[in-house]
Design a protein around this ligand. Structure first.
Ligand code: NAG
Ligand code: NAG
Ligand code: NAG
Length: 168
């Protein structure tokens, strides 16, 4: 009986451990027709060859953008639902209707999901590249322009506590 209980506890902790490790990304989401920053939890990883593999799904026409230092884009909308990953440089995202903003640099917090297309958000978001070096961003438009399956962890961007599993 005790052995069975131990085994069940072990299995349960294994399950919790595995499901709790899903990839969390800052998202420019939409609430009530305006763009907001939220921390979203995406699909759980699979493991293989000593790695945790976090699925991002299919993307179409992925590309790397190179943006010169001190570039101000201003108010814009997501051209499609897409993941962006900052490879180099610095991005500052802010919102016309919110105090939330985020500075993104390479690292575990460098992935963002942008879903505020013009037909769903009246405000969009404000983008600038205030750094001293060229910013490189890998962009992955999601095939079919679908919002990925997710749960909202909290409002505002993800913080260091949300990516503990990526820091180790
Ligand atoms: C939604 O937006 C409308 C128009 O901007 C505003 O009047 C309303 O108070 C908002 N509702 C919520 C729940 O934020
Ligand atoms: C907004 O436009 C995109 C195409 O750019 C489309 O895929 C999406 O379904 C539209 N969303 C709504 C809510 O109409
Ligand atoms: C994502 O957030 C969940 C809930 O806070 C946490 O348990 C998990 O460790 C996080 N994932 C990573 C990869 O840090």
């Amino acid at each position: 009986m005790t052995l069975l209980l131990l085994l069940l506890t072990f299995l349960l902790s294994l399950i919790i451990h595995t499901t709790a490790q899903s990839l969390n990304v800052s998202t420019i989401a939409v609430q009530n027709g305006t763009s907001v920053l939220e921390c979203w939890s995406l699909a759980s990883p699979t493991s293989g060859r000593g790695a945790q593999n976090y699925p991002l799904g299919d993307s179409s026409n992925a590309f790397i953008g190179a943006i010169p230092p001190h570039t101000y884009i201003g108010q814009a909308w997501a051209p499609s639902i897409q993941y962006s990953m900052i490879l180099q440089g610095l991005v500052h995202l802010s919102l016309p209707n919110s105090k939330d903003d985020i500075h993104i640099q390479p690292g575990p917090l460098s992935i963002i999901l942008v879903i505020d297309q013009k037909n769903v958000s009246i405000s969009g978001h404000i983008t600038e590249f205030p750094g001293e070096e060229m910013t490189l961003i890998a962009q992955f438009p999601i095939t079919g322009n679908q919002v990925p399956v997710h749960t909202v962890l909290h409002s505002g961007p993800c913080g260091v506590d949300d990516v503990k599993g990526l820091i180790g």
